[in-house]
Design a protein around this ligand. Structure first.
Ligand code: COA
Length: 388
């Protein structure tokens, strides 16, 4: 029996900053941001969008296409948690009107969280093939105004339905995992923005990629040329490009061209949305499906990395007819709907969103009708509403 990704939905908030504007404001050469970092735009979450509301909005992309009664597991991966105790998934479960019998919780290991959720969901469906699982990764990457990491921020969520006989990607057995207790990126409880040693983090990411990719190929008897595409966790697209360059080094011309083309397709969405932490790898996968023109049966490698640090390489095969399950036009329209902020507007929106609204204050959203948003707290309980 094959188990894998049956549905995938992406959500990003309705505001963005252009990287040329940001470079000019920070007195940097725009090419540093566009080429050196590899980012064109970055989505900005205002105070009405948080991990929960974005997770609901991402799942709504496919919820009407699935049998909600079959969902036995709902896992929420995030490093932008909105509560120290209650799981974000419970708010989502209510908004989606899932049955009470669902097992649901939140997981954390930096940007690895959604992969952890996906692997648990895969094993759950293997044991309970008549049931399905929803996994959600949802994050706001915040380093702070005028920091080195500022250009690698972003906001968004990816939700997926994991199911037997999936319609998009059948996951292959086996994986290669590697972890070490290090400090390349973290966010202490007292801080709304992340602390990062960016150069060290890049080094560790590449080192863990080499380790897991080499081990995975050995385990499965695969060569680089067997892959039709490799997708990467993309905190910024240049990071993935560095890993892809390692993968293709010393390969024949055809393999190099194939994997360079597929990487170019996989980075499109990230270059416009920015870093969405847990969901970044899966936004890259979606981007590949939307722009890569890959035939069914293509072998796709996936490299997941979470600072701290934990990495995993695994693979899947594209299922016949996968194109029918995705909607590139709608995703493009979602990006195009975003309002462009000036750098000053972005700074104000960013700084306001760092603060907790006063309890009892009702927030309203200026996003499109039908979008879920955070409406403030009432008696210290978070309220979520849909824009009417
Ligand atoms: N044109 C083209 N490229 C340029 C350039 C220009 N005018 N100016 C600089 N560059 C290149 C640099 O050569 C460098 O490329 P390289 O990485 O291939 O060497 C790149 O742009 C970045 O320049 P650098 O001086 O290293 O940038 P920085 O000190 O501002 O830091 C990061 C960049 C990415 C380290 C920083 O933004 C950061 O810490 N981000 C967060 C990292 C992260 O997300 N970590 C968690 C990962 S899971």
């Amino acid at each position: 029996m094959q188990v894998g990704i049956d549905q995938i939905g992406l959500f990003t908030p309705d505001k963005y900053v252009d990287m040329v504007d940001l470079a000019n404001a920070r007195k940097q050469d725009p090419n540093k941001f566009l080429v050196g970092i590899g980012q064109r735009e970055m989505s900005v979450a205002d105070i009405t969008q948080d991990a929960v509301s974005m997770g609901i909005n991402a799942t709504l992309k496919f919820i009407d296409k699935i049998d909600k009664n079959k969902v036995g597991l709902l896992i929420f991966g995030t490093e932008s948690s909105i509560d120290q105790s209650k799981s974000a998934s419970l708010f989502v479960k209510t908004a989606l009107k899932l049955k009470p019998e669902v097992r649901t919780f939140e997981v954390k290991e930096a940007c690895f969280g959604l992969t952890a959720a996906l692997m648990m969901a895969r094993d759950f469906v293997r044991v309970h093939p008549e049931q399905t699982a929803i996994v959600i990764g949802s994050d706001i990457a915040r380093y702070g105004v005028n920091t080195a990491g500022e250009v690698t921020q972003g906001a968004g969520s990816v939700a997926m339905l994991i199911k037997a006989d999936p319609s998009i990607l059948a996951l292959n057995n086996g994986h290669s995992a590697y972890s070490e207790d290090i400090n390349d990126f973290w966010r202490p409880n007292y801080s709304r923005t992340a602390l990062v040693d960016g150069k060290y983090s890049t080094q560790v990411y590449l080192d863990f990629f080499k380790k897991t990719y080499t081990d995975y190929k050995k385990q499965k008897g695969l060569k680089t040329s067997d892959f039709d595409a490799i997708t990467y966790h993309l905190p910024f697209t240049k990071m993935g490009m560095k890993a892809n360059n390692i993968a293709i080094e010393g390969q024949d011309q055809a393999t190099m061209i194939k994997l360079e083309r597929s990487f170019a397709a996989a980075k499109q969405l990230s270059s416009r949305v920015g870093n969405i932490y847990t969901a970044s790898l899966y936004m890259s996968l979606l981007s590949l499906l939307e722009n890569g023109e890959l035939p069914a049966g293509s072998l796709i490698g996936l490299f997941s990395y979470g600072s701290g640090a934990m990495a995993e390489f695994y693979s899947g095969k594209l299922v016949e007819g996968y194109e029918k399950q995705i909607d590139p036009t709608a995703d493009q329209a979602m990006l195009d709907r975003r309002k462009k902020l000036t750098v000053k507007q972005y700074e104000d929106v960013f700084n306001t969103a760092l603060l907790d609204p006063e309890d009892g204050l009702e927030l309203t959203s200026d996003d499109e009708v039908g979008t879920w948003y955070f409406a403030g707290t009432k008696d210290h309980i978070r309220q979520y509403r849909v824009k009417e």
